[in-house]
Design a protein around this ligand. Structure first.
Ligand code: HEC
Ligand code: HEC
Length: 251
């Protein structure tokens, strides 16, 4: 009897999982095609602001060759924006080359294709991007700020660095289909929400919030405990930034 019940449970579980996979295979992500036809006007103010955001929002960290033997993992001389393969992810995944190199960089792609990638999580080739690229945060980036990042990216000197095309492993490629969202237009933050905005687009929220299935849990925002295993024997846990007096920043 027990065996029969177990078998029944197993059958239901297998059919359930199969159903979920079938459902997700047919589900198409929330995406607009073609990419929006914006042409970003470059101004010295935008380039300067874009350079700042490129550093603070982490684009430079992930999309550059960095020196992991120094505090803060600074960008190596001649490594800015050249991209790199990211090991230990489910599949072959590389943070692409964002320099203005005409063959291996971002030069061949339109401003609209890049803005759609950054805020909406859809690659140049209409693939769903692996969410290490933090689109769930960047979708809150204002139009002015994303256009500033674009104006700056176009000024990054070309570096020829071909990377293998990304391929996300099954079934992760199906589960990430729910992440992209079409983002038409985002106004600048109200002055009273400016700190919250910066904490979102600069990763404080992401890193300082505990996660479930690699996504931050909103109800526990800023309470710390996100674990980072950086290398063998290097494991750091983010701090609690809430005003709790015993475990946070209250004192
Ligand atoms: C935590 C690491 C990380 C950060 C921070 C990050 N990226 Fe990425 N980015 C990635 C990875 C990894 C991919 C590739 C994902 C894939 O191929 O599925 C990617 C993909 C992209 C793409 C898509 C290109 C294509 O091939 O379709 C663009 C454009 C991009 N990033 C720009 C940016 C910009 C601009 C910023 C800052 C505002 C940024 N990224 C911040 C890791 C990151
Ligand atoms: C890439 C992940 C990451 C990002 C982005 C990040 N932090 Fe952190 N932060 C950490 C980790 C991990 C620690 C703990 C380091 C340690 O214990 O050595 C930390 C420590 C801190 C501390 C020290 C707290 C204490 O008790 O000593 C403060 C304050 C802090 N972060 C604030 C911020 C703010 C504000 C931002 C955004 C502007 C931010 N962090 C962005 C991961 C991050």
């Amino acid at each position: 009897m027990i065996r029969r019940i177990l078998l029944w449970f197993l059958a239901v579980a297998v059919v359930g999982a199969g159903g979920a996979v079938a459902f997700l295979s047919f589900r198409s992500p929330d995406m607009r095609r073609p990419a929006p036809s914006v042409k970003v006007e470059s101004t010295p103010e935008r380039i300067a602001r874009g350079e700042l955001i490129f550093a603070t929002a982490g684009c430079a960290d992930c999309h550059s060759d960095t020196d992991t033997t120094h505090f803060g993992f600074p960008v190596k001389e001649g490594g800015l924006g050249k991209g790199k393969p990211i090991p230990e992810l489910p599949g072959t995944i590389a943070a692409p080359n964002l320099t203005s190199d005409p063959e291996t960089g971002a030069a061949p792609f339109t401003d609209g294709q890049l803005i759609r990638a950054i805020r909406e999580g859809i690659g140049y080739d209409e693939r769903v991007l692996f969410p290490m690229m933090p689109v769930t945060e960047y979708r809150e980036m204002s139009d002015e700020d994303v256009q500033s990042v674009m104006a700056y990216i176009r000024t990054i000197p070309p570096i020829r660095n071909a990377l293998p095309p990304s391929k996300v492993m099954f079934p992760v490629n199906l589960f990430i289909k729910s992440l992209p969202k079409v983002v038409e237009s985002v106004p600048p933050p109200e002055p009273s929400r400016r700190g919250a905005y910066l904490a979102k687009i600069n990763g404080c929220y992401f890193c300082h919030t505990p996660t479930e299935r690699d996504q931050p849990v909103p109800a526990k925002a800023f309470s710390g405990g996100h674990v980072f295993s950086l290398a063998k024997d290097v494991r750091v846990v983010s701090a609690n930034l809430t005003p709790d007096r015993a475990t946070g920043l209250g004192t």
